[in-house]
Design a protein around this ligand. Structure first.
Ligand SMILES: Nc1ncnc2c1ncn2[C@@H]1O[C@H](COP(=O)(O)OP(=O)(O)OP(=O)(O)O)[C@@H](O)[C@H]1O
Ligand SMILES: [Mg+2]
Length: 333
């Protein structure tokens, strides 16, 4: 089909030609596609995309339509009608300091504040969110080529490799594949979810690096126990986010102080106050501390997050969630 002045232009046919030349995955984003004097003018929705993905989308449209014989020039306008979905990564560097527990409970606490929250289990090899959010036997459906997250009893949506593959199966995957798997979880049919919290695996490996490249978080929450070693690892994780230009929302101290359920004596198995001092020294906001309690441990195994309860156990999580809520609204805690 040509579009020279001798041929009256047919907007519907032009749009069909342009659509036909674009990959089907992005059809949902097209708001309009016209041809005016051998120029393709495309308006596409990109409000939910980060800077890198927007550039990629624009380049994709440019190169696909630029190849059409009847087009000399491609103009792309990206619009943002949909509110952009925010991504917060929860990381620590060190294993076992409570990233997963904190992700679950902060997500539940933020949902209690009215946010529409989704949790992504970034721990591809050792998923824990299905258990923490009591969705172990649920299987995500698919919508086209996208996974549909499952909804936990606490109103938080969640997706984990644990929902998709048999236990232990992902263990054979090499690093790049794990990174790709995380990309699929992020790129799922999250619907009206406004905030995604990614529970990262320990360390600063492939999954973290590919996340930074493909679905760069808007902010990161660092978790540490008061131990010096955990703090050093938290600093390394912090560096990873800084290198990737991901703002650090703040540092949480987990397993701070232990109250003996028998005698009430409070002890500090991992030291005390160190995380706050450390945060001050690094000029990172200190978001609060979560005590080491039997309830938190047991409720993790039982899939009953303390943040969902109406007792004191929810308080530390609600207080930290309050600050994250503020960050989401104002960009400052
Ligand atoms: N505040 C707490 N009080 C008591 N137990 C806790 C607390 N936080 C975490 N735990 C327990 O510590 C263990 C490790 O926690 P969790 O799995 O959340 O850590 P993680 O940093 O995600 O670990 P990994 O690096 O393996 O992913 C779990 O058994 C959890 O129930
Ligand atoms: Mg974990």
């Amino acid at each position: 089909m040509t579009n020279d002045p001798a041929t009256p232009s047919d907007p519907a046919a032009d749009e069909a030609v342009l659509r036909g030349a674009l990959p089907i995955e992005i059809h949902g984003r097209l708001r309009s596609a016209r041809i005016v004097e051998r120029r393709a003018i495309v308006v596409a929705e990109a409000g939910d995309l980060g800077a890198k993905a927007r550039t990629e989308l624009e380049e994709l449209i440019q190169s696909a339509l630029g190849q059409l014989a009847q087009i000399d020039e491609v103009r792309v306008a990206l619009i943002a009608d949909r509110r952009r979905r925010m991504i917060i990564a929860v990381g620590s560097g060190k294993g076992g300091v409570g990233k997963s527990t904190l992700t679950t409970n902060l997500a539940v606490a933020l949902a209690r504040k009215g946010r529409k929250v989704g949790v992504i289990d970034g721990d591809i090899y050792g998923p824990s969110q299905p258990r923490l959010l009591a969705t172990e036997r649920m299987k995500p459906e698919t919508q086209g080529d996208k996974l549909v997250p499952v909804t936990s009893p606490h109103g938080v949506k969640v997706l984990s490799m644990g929902h998709v593959v048999a236990p232990g199966k992902a263990l054979a995957w090499r690093g790049p594949m794990a990174g790709k798997a995380l990309g699929q979880l992020v790129d799922a049919a999250w619907g009206d979810t406004e905030l995604l919290m990614i529970d990262l695996p320990p360390g600063t490996g492939d999954v973290q690096l590919s996340m930074m490249a493909d679905s760069k978080p808007d902010g990161a929450v660092l978790v540490s126990t008061p131990q010096d070693l955990a703090l050093l690892d938290a600093a390394r994780a912090g560096q990873l986010f800084e290198d990737g230009e991901v703002p650090i929302i703040g540092l949480v101290e987990n397993m701070a102080g232990y109250e003996c359920p028998e005698c009430g004596h409070i002890s500090d198995p991992f030291g005390s106050g160190g995380v706050e001092k450390f945060a001050t020294a690094l000029e990172i906001p200190f978001l609060g501390r979560v005590p080491l309690t039997m309830q938190t441990r047991l409720s993790g195994d039982a899939g009953t997050p303390p943040a969902a309860a109406d007792d004191n156990g929810a308080q530390p999580f609600l207080a930290i969630a309050e600050r994250i809520d503020r960050w989401l609204t104002n960009g400052a805690v």
